[in-house]
Ligand binder design. Sequence first.
Ligand SMILES: [Zn+2]
Length: 534
Amino acid sequence: MTNNEPRITFHGAAGTVTGSCMELEHDGRAILIDCGLFQGPRTLETLNREPFSFDARKIAAVVLTHAHIDHSGLLPKLVAEGFRGPVYATPQTRDLLYHMLPDAGRIQESEAERRNRRKDRKDEEPIEPIYTEADSKAAYDQIETVALNKWFQPARGFTARLWNAGHILGSTSVEMQVGETRLLFSGDLGPDHKAFHADPEGPAGLDHVICESTYGDRAREDLTIEQRRTLLEAEIKAALTRGGNLVIPVFALERTQELLLDIAMLINTGRLAHPRVFIDSPLATRATEVFAKHAGELEDMGSGEIFHHPSFHYVLNATESMRLNSLSGAIIMAASGMCEAGRIRHHLRHNLGRRESTILFVGFQAAGSLGRTILDGANRVRIWGQDVAVRAQIRRIDTYSAHADQQDLQRWIKARQPIDGSLFLSHGESGSIERFRRLLQSDGAAASIIAPKLGETYALPARAPARRLKTGDPELQGAVERDWQNDYADFSIRLKKELQGIESASARREALARMSEVLRSYQDHRDKRKAKNG
Ligand SMILES: [Zn+2]
């Protein structure tokens, strides 16, 4: 029986939070659970250019947990490399991908174009986009929709059923029966008390569970939708009282719609007068249309108009976007959420220098991003090669989240018991996974708790712990886990702050001279070591 056991290989989201892709093999057939893009620092993104470590033409099907690009964004590459099978997803996920996949394709094309244009690359071979808008459209055409809670057969020998994961519109966990083995893939899990969606659900009594652990080591303040809305109300009132604009960097999918829900409810219940709200992101506008289409399936919608509220203006084109420059006293929501690209940069350039304006952050800001730099208190930032002084009010609400926190995850895992085999912890930074693993172990959550690494393969027997069959590439794992550019970004922000804190110019020069001394002595140390090692 042993060689009839299903096997799993982790191709992404191991010791990191992006690039979700798991390969499940059984009886000579293979399917994928998700096929996501690596996102974040440059070294991580180069992984998207690596060839797949499987033959795309031999994958029988893909089951997609949800529409986020770090779970779906390499589908177009898979199709470009010869995958012709079905991609199973919920109708909501498919509707979102109709907009998101082509958008991702356009981003890949313009990113390649931008890099090829750079002067310092003149003598190098031009790079090709990882995939194109046309590849994205072809991938979209391979999607087949499946309903929640109904068994279906993604490929011969594999039976699957989708459960609500409460993370974003259309998000699911995937239960899978393969041979004798019962598996559950959490996908990304939402928090309890999330707007629009019911709390995550799932079956109990499994052989193996693969669980995300993004916030496995973090407990969040547990706010109800109403408490969060009250925080937002206070921020909006304070910002509009100052007379300037309130600029909110947003993620196009889910966060935009949550904010629109909260703002509409505040207006509909008379707690806010009628502010002018501009949604300046083509993708956010299209995602909002998908929410409007599925409004009947959403929770917490109250009564009264939400997405087509008369106070909301969806900005149609760049000319209209430019016209917002002359505004004052408006709420402007624009992408990207971490201010790394998109129309938000344009609004930051026009509002950061105005004392009466407010920038409100409502989402996660990764180290090294423009959003994080502003939030960390920079006095000046560079946007499109221009120095911009920061005089606006910088505010933050950090209680909006689409992810389960530590307690939510513990509750979800508990509700899946008994787990007779192994509990795999994926989709988290390696440090937080390790802390979460120790916590779960002391809880007795499962007999065997595994933090899989990139490229590792495990046998998945019924009623027994998983066995590792193949180790991954440690060099690759290192690249994924900690990028030196992140360390550098943290360091340079600290350095600038430290220097600004020194009282006089001459003392600052002395500090710099001493630091140069350290760099020289480090070079000496390396030269000596090199000489010694021959
Ligand atoms: Zn997600």
